[in-house]
Design a protein around this ligand. Structure first.
Ligand code: SF4
Ligand code: SF4
Length: 387
């Protein structure tokens, strides 16, 4: 059974596994039919179409005939193929033309999530603001041509700026445990992927990324995830920086256990790959558990995520019935600004059956936590800040 989650406050619910459309590019129409048919049959209801080419868009449109309402589309604003090469445009007229083409080629009159495309630098965000492209997206939402405004970015600083400026209802962001440790805000996805090999990853969560997820959760900005497998590197014993290769369900689970995440989009080239992606729904909690895979690096270098709660639930069960990962999520939101704790954190914490104040300090969780989190003191902190 597919699980769905709200995409922030958009009023839309996405399947936790979504479809990335990139592998449908330069493929025959039958491939789009096969993959999209398998995705819909598996309960997937969200798909990303960043590809600007006419043929792939028409193939997807044909595959959606008679079932457009079964799947929500993320469509890019600014993805173009001028000169027959993939490119990004910050020219309003060009962005409009490609967006109108998207509707026409998909044979639809609306796009669910209109994504301001690839905003990885200050210059890109400035251009989208200054050239009227953000205003164009807002106008599309007003007219009903898109149902929510989003943005795709790999850079936490840009993501934070867009959320704080109130420009987006949702984000498409790259999330995996290696990216979450990268301290410098690389504005080039190629360099980020190269960095996955690096032995220089610090053994802790990058605070900017952690804060972005909390900010999104507190503002009701949902996140859909790209690059959850780190371009496949995290699945490879040769290329992962961690002591062991991760599995697809572990990568998916890692992304789904970040605050604000609604859906992890996995690129699939065949019905078989769709089947692989949705396997996540059927595997056991033990098979989803990524904690052992990311708790140490290669060459016995210790310390992946030391001291930070990564919401992995490895510390279960708690004799007091506390959902320790959930308490940490709301505590982390509260710690962003203790004098201005988001209502969302207070409300969601208040709905938990057992709270930090119920902790009997048995220490069972601390002995099980692979990341050496000081759970007992965190429970005390949660009790003092949130009740
Ligand atoms: S306290 Fe440790 S084991 Fe428990 S959810 Fe956090 S990181 Fe995982
Ligand atoms: S120390 Fe507190 S939070 Fe941890 S298992 Fe014991 S009661 Fe639960």
């Amino acid at each position: 059974m597919m699980i769905k989650r709200p995409v922030g406050k958009t009023g839309m619910e996405a399947s936790v596994i979504g479809l990335g459309g990139e592998h449908l590019d330069n493929r025959p129409r039958e491939a789009a039919d096969e993959v999209i048919g398998a995705a819909i049959d598996s309960g997937i209801n969200i798909m990303d179409v960043f590809m600007p080419g006419r043929e792939v868009r028409e193939n997807i449109g044909a595959a959606l005939k008679g079932r457009r309402d079964k799947i929500m589309i993320q469509g890019a604003i600014g993805s173009v193929d001028l000169n027959e090469q993939y490119d990004i445009s910050r020219d309003l007229a060009v962005c409009k033309r490609y967006f109108e083409d998207l509707l026409r080629f998909l044979k639809t009159d609306y796009i669910d999530f209109g994504l301001l495309f690839y905003l990885d630098t200050q210059e890109a965000v400035n251009a989208v603001y200054d050239n009227g492209i953000a205003a164009y997206a807002a106008g599309l939402k007003k007219s009903g041509a898109i149902r929510a405004v989003g943005a795709s970015t790999h850079n936490p600083d840009m993501a934070k700026r867009l959320v704080e400026d109130g420009v987006v209802d949702m984000l498409m962001f790259s999330i995996n445990p290696a990216f979450d440790m990268m301290p410098d805000n690389r504005d080039d996805i190629g360099r980020m992927i190269d960095g996955i090999n690096s032995s220089a990853l610090p053994g802790r969560m990058d605070m900017k990324r952690a804060e972005l997820y909390r900010l999104c959760e507190s503002r009701g900005v949902g996140i859909t995830v790209m690059k959850s497998l780190g371009a496949g590197k995290l699945l490879s014993q040769d290329h992962t920086p961690f002591a062991r290769a991760m599995t697809v369900p572990q990568c998916v689970h890692y992304a789904l256990t970040r605050p604000a995440v609604a859906s992890v989009l996995v690129g699939c080239a065949s019905a078989g790959e769709v089947e692989e992606a949705v396997k996540y729904l059927r595997v056991s909690d033990a098979e989803r558990d990524y904690s052992a895979a990311v708790s140490s690096f290669k060459e016995n270098r210790p310390g992946g995520f030391k001291g930070s709660c990564v919401y992995c639930n490895h510390c279960r069960p708690c004799p007091a019935g506390i959902d320790i990962a959930a308490v940490h999520k709301y505590l982390d939101m509260a710690l962003l600004d203790e004098k201005n704790i988001p209502e969302e954190a207070v409300r969601k914490y208040g709905e938990l059956e057992a709270k930090g104040s119920d902790c009997i300090e048995c220490g069972n969780c601390e002995s099980r936590c692979p990341f050496s989190v000081s759970v007992i003191s965190d429970m005390r902190r949660a009790a003092s800040l949130l009740g």
